[in-house]
Design a protein around this ligand. Structure first.
Ligand SMILES: Nc1ncnc2c1ncn2[C@@H]1O[C@H](COP(=O)(O)OP(=O)(O)OP(=O)(O)O)[C@@H](O)[C@H]1O
Ligand SMILES: [Mg+2]
Length: 404
């Protein structure tokens, strides 16, 4: 691969009073085009300082930085500003969106600097916002959006110009596990589809797992530089590996594959790939029972048992009994489509935490529902999830879990 970013003996020292702080020293990095590179390190290790030198936001004390063969460390501020506008995108931990502007205007702005006409800017911004799943929030201002949504706008803005490189400093620092995964998937999608290089800075080992390469900094020096099999690619490969097993009803092999994935990577990867294939399972109950039977680890057993129950793949004994005693109530149960039920489950387990208060609240709600036995037919997946009707059983969830 061609080199996109290169540093030679990079050093950055700050003077604080009479003291000299060496934030970076002897940094020799060569980042090829299209690579997703994570700079990993604890607080104060020099990550942001390195990113700032690479992006031309700060001048190094010594050494050189090249992007696309151009020596940006020797450019004037004016040249640098122009170079950044034409070649670079940024994503920040605190989103840095312009508060008075809509999502569209925020995303369209970098195109303004490139002299793109208003109609083309808006069209491109709309396309990007759709890609990041914000088609319904286009006219919203940052204050009218969640953190995850604001960061999606930030990502759309960084990628709208199809820059050569996007620099991101702790882009998921303010986000929860589920949103972090979604945001990282977006980064990787753009990197893979458009061949855009990404340099991302984080202290979080889990985030680093999405990168193609992990460069670890300690006290301003690179102490390790490793190639990594990105979790994004691993998940996509797993989705494809699962397909024929699902189609051929090879549930034993499918279960072994899931088990191997949870031990090699994370439960989150296995669940994400399973989610993708779940609606194609001809006999989800047989599969879930097969899977649970071969799991030794109690936590994993609990997780997949819950998935089984929440999808309706595995019936709850008590529910079966109750329904058998009261057959007439069965007719009142609102039937959901197979797809709706399964989607509801995965929506539900994504990114939620076990919460004993919620458990109690759910149990109370369940009792109320038992009395009424007339489920509401609305679009709220959280309440819909409590009324699954798989195989004459009402499935109610009273636990929620972390996906990773
Ligand atoms: N403008 C500055 N003046 C003086 N010292 C600085 C300056 N910027 C950074 N430093 C010092 O350089 C070192 C590296 O800082 P840097 O911000 O790069 O760390 P970091 O790895 O990004 O940490 P964090 O994870 O907390 O953001 C720290 O010791 C910091 O105090
Ligand atoms: Mg920092």
């Amino acid at each position: 691969m061609d080199s996109l970013i290169k540093t030679v003996n990079l050093r950055k020292a700050y003077r604080v009073g009479n003291e000299k702080v060496v934030a970076l020293d002897c940094i020799n990095l060569d980042i090829p085009k299209g690579q997703v590179c994570c700079i990993l390190g604890t607080s104060g290790s020099g990550k942001s300082t390195l990113l700032n030198q690479l992006a031309g936001l700060e001048k190094p004390t010594r050494g050189e930085v090249y992007i696309k063969g151009e020596k940006i460390s020797s450019m004037s501020e004016k040249q640098l500003a122009h170079f950044r506008q034409m070649n670079v995108g940024f994503v920040f931990q605190s989103y840095n969106l312009l508060q008075g502007m809509s999502a569209i205007d925020n995303v369209a702005m970098p195109l303004n600097f490139r002299g793109v006409s208003k109609s083309k800017r808006e069209k491109a911004a709309k396309t990007m916002l759709k890609k990041v799943g914000l088609e319904k929030r286009m006219t919203h201002k940052p204050s009218e959006m969640s953190g995850g949504q604001q960061q999606r706008v930030g990502i759309a803005r960084a990628f709208v110009t199809k820059p050569d490189v996007v620099f991101a400093d702790e882009p998921t620092g303010n986000l929860d596990t589920r949103t972090t995964r979604e945001v990282m998937d977006l980064f990787l999608e753009f990197a893979r589809q458009e061949g855009i290089t990404i340099v991302l800075v984080s202290h979080d080992q889990n985030l680093a797992k999405y990168a193609d390469r992990i460069v670890t900094l300690v006290d301003g020096e690179i102490i390790s530089d490793k190639i990594n099999n990105s979790l994004y690619d691993v998940t996509n490969e797993l989705k494809e590996q699962m397909k024929p097993l699902v189609e051929n009803k090879s549930y034993k092999e499918l279960s072994s594959l899931i088990l191997k994935t949870t031990s090699d990577y994370t439960e989150g990867v296995a669940v994400q790939a399973l989610e993708y294939n779940f609606t194609s399972l001809e006999n989800p109950r047989e599969f879930m029972e097969e899977l649970i039977a071969i799991i030794d680890n109690e936590t994993e057993k609990a997780l997949f048992t819950r998935i089984g129950r929440e999808t309706g793949a595995i019936p709850k004994e008590t529910d079966s009994k109750r329904l058998a005693e009261n057959k007439s109530n069965k007719e009142k149960i609102v039937k959901k489509t197979k797809k709706e039920k399964k989607q509801g489950f995965f929506d539900k387990i994504k990114g939620k935490k076990i919460d004993t208060v919620d458990k109690k609240a759910d149990k109370k709600a369940d009792k109320k529902e038992d009395k009424a036995q007339t489920p509401k037919n609305n679009n709220d997946t959280a309440s819909d999830d409590k009324k699954d009707d798989k195989k004459d059983n009402i499935e109610k969830s009273n636990t929620e879990g972390n996906e990773e």
